[in-house]
Ligand binder design. Structure first.
Ligand code: ATP
Length: 363
């Protein structure tokens, strides 16, 4: 069981600029007073009591901490320390200063598949390690794939945000309907028992986007997206995949498989010829093929726009909620939580079960 230190974090760390925001708090740069070293402090608001409508259950944070402690790997963010006050838990994490992988790639004029694969390999190595410990991430999307730094020509991948991750115990049947519609596997939507294979579906979606700049199942609304996933409604549009190798398409096809047991595992991915070519022809194919940069840049710009739109929308909602808080009934559903996975531009009503975030739905 992780130790949550009762000290005031500000006695030991100087709190600096905001690095990012999540649904339950902010991530800020912090400087350790003793060593002068910089870290990332993830400040998570804790629900004060069961009637309280804002914040996370402490047990959910305990789970995130337990998992972070179990996944010490060069491609996974390191957890250094945990502090707890009355209303907040602060995770002191390795500072990942290279930004998101997708932003790094979007700055380039062109990128060969062989160069993109170097990043994919590291993502798969991190995942393979997690999966070997029976831990699934369950939220693999571009926002959670970061780079160690922005100075070296070949920065390392760091997987972040273990807020939805789960450690499977022997014989356990686990279900959860949390996630982000564009990236979630059919078994998540169908509320079926889950396994680490759900992450491999997300790897298939992320790879498809990386190569083409298209999101394979994206519909006009979240409901449409979910329907497309269930129907396995995707194809390789010739005009977007004209520079893609057949090995890359084969790699994706072996991940976007409805039956989780038939999907490639992370270990198998690392041995797929697209990742680990054996013949000279395979090596040449990767060096000849490139990602569709024009379309990818468009996808990324749109993604960033949606993220900032959602953040403004959430902040407004939070302020509104706080103002209304006193007058509302405790049995009302929490509108903030219901909208947490707003990955579309619009804010229409979505299936509540799929939009909940960190609400326990395990069995
Ligand atoms: P969400 O609710 O969106 O899942 P969250 O509350 O779980 O978010 P994270 O996703 O872990 O929080 O972090 C939010 C953002 O803060 C990230 O998208 C990233 O930009 C930034 N961030 C998180 N961890 C780090 C880190 N270790 N170093 C630098 N920046 C970080």
């Amino acid at each position: 069981m992780a130790v949550f230190k009762p000290e005031n974090v500000e006695d030991l760390y100087e709190i600096g600029e905001v690095l990012g925001s999540g649904h339950f708090g902010q991530v800020r740069q912090v400087r350790e007073r003793a060593s002068g070293k910089c870290w990332a402090g993830k400040f998570l608001k804790i629900r004060k009591n069961s009637c309280s409508r804002l914040g996370l259950d402490r047990s959910s944070v305990e789970q995130e901490v337990e998992i972070l402690q179990a996944v010490q790997h060069p491609n996974i963010v390191i957890l250094k320390d945990v502090f707890e006050s009355r209303a907040e838990v602060v995770l002191i994490l390795e500072l990942v200063s290279g930004g998101e992988l997708f932003d790094f790639i979007a700055q380039k004029d062109n990128l060969l598949e062989s160069e993109a694969i170097e990043f994919m390999k590291q993502i798969l190595q991190g995942l393979s390690f997690m999966h070997s410990k029976n831990i699934a991430h369950f939220d693999l999307k571009p926002e959670n794939v970061m780079l160690s730094d922005n100075v070296s020509p070949h920065p390392n991948i760091k997987l972040i945000d273990f807020g939805l991750a789960h450690l499977f115990h022997q014989g356990e049947e686990y279900r959860s309907t949390s996630g982000t519609p564009q990236y979630i596997a059919p078994e998540v939507i169908n509320n079926e028992p889950l396994s680490t294979a759900a992450d491999m579906w997300s790897i298939g979606v992320n790879t498809y986007i990386l190569l083409s700049g298209l999101s394979p199942f994206q519909g006009d609304t979240n409901e449409d997206t979910l329907k497309n996933v269930i129907a396995m409604n995707y194809e390789f549009h010739a005009q977007y995949f004209s520079t893609t190798s057949s090995m890359a398409k084969d790699f994706i096809q072996k991940l976007l498989v409805k039956n989780p047991n038939e999907r490639m595992t992370a270990e198998e991915c690392l041995l797929h010829p697209w990742i680990k070519p054996i013949t000279r022809k395979q090596v040449a194919n990767r060096n000849r093929s490139s990602i569709n940069m024009k379309s990818f840049k468009k996808f990324n710009a749109r993604r960033k726009w949606k993220m900032s739109y959602n953040m403004v929308w959430m902040c407004n909602r939070l302020v509104h909620l706080k103002l209304l808080h006193k007058g509302s009934s405790s049995t009302d559903p929490d509108p903030l939580q219901r909208q947490c996975e707003s990955d579309t531009e619009d804010t229409e009503i979505k299936p509540a079960s799929l939009l909940r975030r960190r609400l326990s739905s395990s069995s």
